[in-house]
Design a protein around this ligand. Structure first.
Ligand SMILES: *[C@@H]1O[C@H](CO)[C@@H](O)[C@H](O)[C@H]1NC(C)=O
Ligand SMILES: *[C@@H]1O[C@H](CO)[C@@H](O)[C@H](O)[C@H]1NC(C)=O
Ligand SMILES: *[C@@H]1O[C@H](CO)[C@@H](O)[C@H](O)[C@H]1NC(C)=O
Ligand SMILES: *[C@@H]1O[C@H](CO)[C@@H](O)[C@H](O)[C@H]1NC(C)=O
Ligand SMILES: *[C@@H]1O[C@H](CO)[C@@H](O)[C@H](O)[C@H]1NC(C)=O
Ligand SMILES: *[C@@H]1O[C@H](CO)[C@@H](O)[C@H](O)[C@H]1NC(C)=O
Length: 413
């Protein structure tokens, strides 16, 4: 009994220090020093052009992910923020198998991860539920699906708790941090055509049932632990405020370092307010409930998005940033950030990289976290503290460079 009690206290700490925490059979935990680092990969776009240049690009993407993870050896957890597989992959019989390639460098390193689906993942020939099932063959996947009717609201709506280092089982402990994942859908309905034989668009915003689920679940968790638990959230398609900030106050390269070289297309774009999409409406406002929810949630420190390959800035959205906008953030506002596009599929040649989040228990209590972008060259750029003075603090501007698939050139692409 004494031996058991002692080993329960002392030995696991040593084992974790040697082998790293956060294995597939454990809860997600902070390190003993109170830190937790997330590497965000986005827009991998595997499986594009499978008969020509695709396999070369896919191998390059896998190699890039491996390099980025090696440059960030303190990574505790990986988020793959959507567009894992290209929508225009023509093969029906093996379309979900590209998942295996996407997660291989993570599995090889014993890392666990969570994914979100992007607008390229749901295709006429690819069911997001099949994609989820394929991913769940890997024990290191922590992706969940928590909201009913996933074919309609999206599969990847869920949250994950992160616990202190001394709570490796997660049992009986209050989480130190919550990671929320929201599915912004888009893409096409699986194996359904309209009356004219055309593929059917899925709505491109976080469904209102998901927003209601988030609000109720967050309230339940807050009441259960009698505590506001710090949280961050992830979604593939930016909501409309990203677009409005880009055209409105704009981004200052020294206060908001990062790429700002592509116009933001956002949730609810091209829809009319009544949900009709007929080419006459610019924006339908269907993402307003989602924006209201995340900007009024106490403890929500940041929202991290992807999708725009030429944007990688962060901005502190506060009440008054967008004076006439229908949503005004409460409290200290919300930090909103793009990631850095990681894959070699998809449009544009902006230098590939991966946004990093460093969360520390002591800083979270003050509502702060640090973030930077690791580029495939090995360089770290755009490092900022998302703290009280973020938005006023000056930082070095980020470079805007291009990288190419040299081996693809012989294909003329
Ligand atoms: C769906 O898959 C079938 C069979 O592989 C193929 O003929 C068709 O072009 C694909 N359709 C789309 C929209 O990708
Ligand atoms: C899918 O099948 C095609 C044709 O059979 C093949 O060229 C491609 O490599 C396969 N993709 C995967 C991920 O296995
Ligand atoms: C909840 O926490 C507050 C202080 O944060 C405390 O005053 C109150 O007694 C707690 N309620 C319960 C039911 O534990
Ligand atoms: C963004 O849109 C504006 C207005 O339509 C256009 O003038 C500009 O060239 C676009 N910028 C980029 C980077 O596409
Ligand atoms: C497009 O849809 C909107 C909203 O339902 C409607 O007001 C408008 O008349 C439609 N326009 C066309 C050209 O169908
Ligand atoms: C926020 O972080 C920046 C960069 O580390 C630092 O210069 C600044 O003093 C910090 N602000 C506060 C209020 O701590």
């Amino acid at each position: 009994m004494l031996f058991k009690a002692l080993s329960g206290l002392a030995i696991p700490a040593v084992v974790f220090a040697l082998e790293g925490a956060n294995g597939p059979d454990q809860a997600l935990t902070f390190r003993c020093d109170g830190s937790f680092q997330i590497s965000i990969l986005d827009d991998l776009h595997y499986g594009e052009a499978p008969s020509s240049v695709g396999p070369i690009r896919d191998a390059l993407t896998t190699n890039t992910v491996a390099k980025l993870l090696d440059y960030e050896p303190e990574t505790d957890f990986v988020v793959i923020n959507g567009d894992i597989i290209s929508r225009d992959n023509v093969f029906f019989h093996n379309t979900t198998e590209y998942i295996d390639q996407a997660v291989q460098p993570l599995a090889d390193r014993g890392l666990t991860w969570a994914t979100l689906h992007g607008n390229h993942d749901p295709g006429y020939n690819r069911s997001v539920e099949d994609m989820f099932a394929r991913e769940k063959r890997f024990p290191n996947s922590r992706t969940r699906s928590m909201v009913p009717d996933p074919q309609r609201v999206g599969v990847t709506n869920y949250y994950l708790p992160v616990f202190a280092a001394d709570c490796p089982t997660g049992c009986g402990c209050t989480p130190e941090l919550l990671l929320w994942f929201f599915d912004s859908r888009s893409g096409f309905e699986y194996q359904r055509l309209d009356g004219e034989g055309k593929r059917i668009d899925r709505p491109n915003w976080v469904d209102h049932d998901v927003v209601d689920w988030f609000l109720a679940e967050n309230e339940r968790i807050t009441a259960k632990f009698n505590k506001t638990i710090p949280s961050v959230s992830f979604v593939h398609i930016p909501f409309d405020a990203f677009r409005a900030i880009q055209v409105g106050p704009g981004l200052d390269p020294s206060r908001n370092p990062g790429l700002n070289d592509m116009n933001v297309t956002a949730q609810a774009q091209h829809y009319c307010p009544d949900g009709v999409r007929n080419g006459t409406c610019a924006y339908g406002g269907q993402d307003i409930p989602f924006m209201r929810a995340v900007t009024s949630t106490p403890g929500m420190l940041g929202l991290f998005t992807a999708h725009i390959h030429g944007a990688s800035w962060c901005y502190k959205w506060t009440a008054g940033s967008l004076p006439d906008y229908p949503v005004q953030p409460e409290g200290d506002g919300l930090n909103i950030c793009f990631g850095q596009r990681t894959g070699y599929g998809g449009a544009g040649d902006f230098e590939r990289g991966a946004r990093q989040l460093l969360l520390r228990q002591d800083k979270l209590a003050k509502g702060e976290l640090d973030t930077w972008i690791r580029l495939e060259s090995g360089e770290a750029v755009g490092a900022v503290s998302l703290n009280e003075t973020f938005g006023r603090d000056m930082y070095p501007a980020s470079p805007n460079r291009k990288t190419f698939c040299e081996a693809c050139l012989e294909w003329g692409s």
